[in-house]
Write a protein that binds this ligand. Structure first.
Ligand code: BGC
Length: 441
């Protein structure tokens, strides 16, 4: 792979870093924000969830924006939105302005979650596309872990403004980076800037033959003229949308953010009584999440997307079943507590090399070029709605249905995901983007 391609993908992946950081940082910051502004419970909850409302809105419009002004400029805009959101949140005089700042941050996350994987998959050579889009997921996990660490460091002084404000640094790097990064060659062909597009393809491709082959298939795919939503009249594009939206929802309803957002509470349910020990355990979860994403980076273009999904989802199922069984006991003492802790690590580790990166990868791959921006937008929107529902209702579910039933539901949904992948999802390993076709097996 050319170092140039790695650089382009790494700069775009900063969008993922901010996604992870800004979703993770609030869990520690909220303790001090509520004290400073004397927030009642409902306002505390809203301060946490307002970012997700911004994400939903940002994801809904990002695809259209990326089709209008290009992938590069949209990521640049995302960087500016992140910057404004971080500054407003950090310097806010009131809770109301803080809510506005966090909403703006959410729009930035929504934008980058659509455009960063889309842009990376469009600049990546086919044989390393999986690794490069997984780099985006890697950045998300580093962002989440970074947020836990920053929260921990600033918790002593209760400095929540610094926690929220630190996002300024990666935002600035993203902005400067995207000013100098190239536009996606696929987008350039789409808007008819063929000679610039050709130059970009040659800079990215491994050999001259590769770039010619790629150009032919891009030009061929653009012969179907169907702007905007009319592209979704074609049955194959509708099927891709069904697959994209379903995968995106399944990534959430199998429960990952119950662990990412409520980890410390689950650890306390599992018998770790001190707050600092459960925050430490959560940092371990964050580390497992980062390290196991490397497995995807190394394997996704070698063994393929579907085998990794099968192995990862099976592991997630086993871990959830173990959690469900352990939680049938009212008190998890001794080895049961250990089983619960290990199960959580296994669950997150298995997600990290499968459903985490591969859903973002697949939804950036399965749409034909004319429908890619909108298709990616709608799938990502569904992902954020799923995220919102799981995070809003996790504690209610454990109270109303009980902990075992909650974990069983996530587990059964892992099996549903395996069956869905088997019957509906194409293997896209090493295929040129334009040659990927969805069809039910
Ligand atoms: C998911 C996020 C999740 C993160 C955890 C991402 O792929 O979309 O919702 O928090 O992985 O690493």
């Amino acid at each position: 792979m050319r170092p140039y391609v790695l650089l382009v993908a790494s700069v775009a992946a900063l969008g993922g870093l901010l996604f992870g950081y800004d979703t993770g940082v609030i869990s520690g910051a909220i303790l001090f924000i509520s004290k400073d502004f004397s927030l009642p419970t409902h306002l505390q909850e809203f301060t946490i969830s307002v970012v997700l409302i911004g994400c939903i809105l940002g994801a809904a419009v990002a695809g259209t924006v990326a089709d209008r002004i290009g992938r590069r400029l949209t990521l640049l805009v995302a960087g500016i939105i992140f910057l404004i959101g971080a500054l407003v949140s950090a310097f806010t005089p009131t809770e109301g302005v803080l809510l506005a700042g966090r909403f703006v941050v959410g729009i930035g996350i929504g934008f980058s979650s659509v455009v960063a994987p889309l842009y990376i998959s469009e600049v990546a050579p086919a044989n390393v596309r999986g690794a490069l889009v997984s780099l985006y997921q890697f950045a998300i996990t580093v962002g989440i872990l970074g947020a836990y660490i920053v929260d921990y460091v600033f918790a002593r002084g209760g400095d929540w403004r610094a926690m929220l404000g630190l996002a300024v640094v990666p935002s600035l790097i993203l902005i400067v980076g995207m000013i100098v990064m190239p536009e996606s060659p696929r987008y350039l062909f789409k808007i008819g800037h063929d000679s610039r597009a050709r130059d970009e393809l040659t800079r990215i491709a491994q050999t001259g033959d590769d770039s010619e082959r790629e150009e032919r298939s891009i030009v061929e795919s653009l012969k179907v003229k169907s702007p905007g939503f009319s592209a979704f009249k074609a049955p194959a594009v509708r099927l891709a949308l069904f697959i994209g939206v379903t995968l995106a929802v399944l990534q959430q309803v199998t429960g990952i953010n119950a662990v990412i957002y409520y980890g410390p509470q689950i650890f306390q349910m599992a018998g770790i009584s001190s707050a600092s020990a459960s925050i430490f355990a959560q940092a371990l979860v964050g580390t497992v999440n980062v390290l196991m994403t490397l497995v995807a980076i190394f394997l996704v273009d070698r063994v393929g997307r579907k085998p990794l999904l099968y192995v990862g989802l099976s592991g997630m199922f086993v871990a959830l079943a173990a959690l469900a069984v352990a939680f049938t006991q009212p008190h998890l003492t001794g080895s049961l507590g250990t089983i619960a802790l290990v199960s959580m690590m296994v669950y997150v580790g298995c997600f990290a090399f499968s459903l985490g990166p591969i859903v973002w990868l697949l939804i950036s791959e399965i749409f034909p070029l004319p429908a890619r921006g909108l298709g990616m937008s709608m799938s990502t929107l569904a992902n954020w709605v799923g995220n919102f529902l799981v995070s809003q209702f996790f504690l209610t579910m454990t109270n109303k249905l009980g902990r075992p039933a909650t974990f069983w539901i996530y587990g059964v949904l892992c099996i549903v995901t395996i069956l869905f992948v088997r019957s509906m999802v194409p293997e896209t390993k090493r295929e040129l983007l334009e040659q990927i076709r969805v069809r039910p097996a």
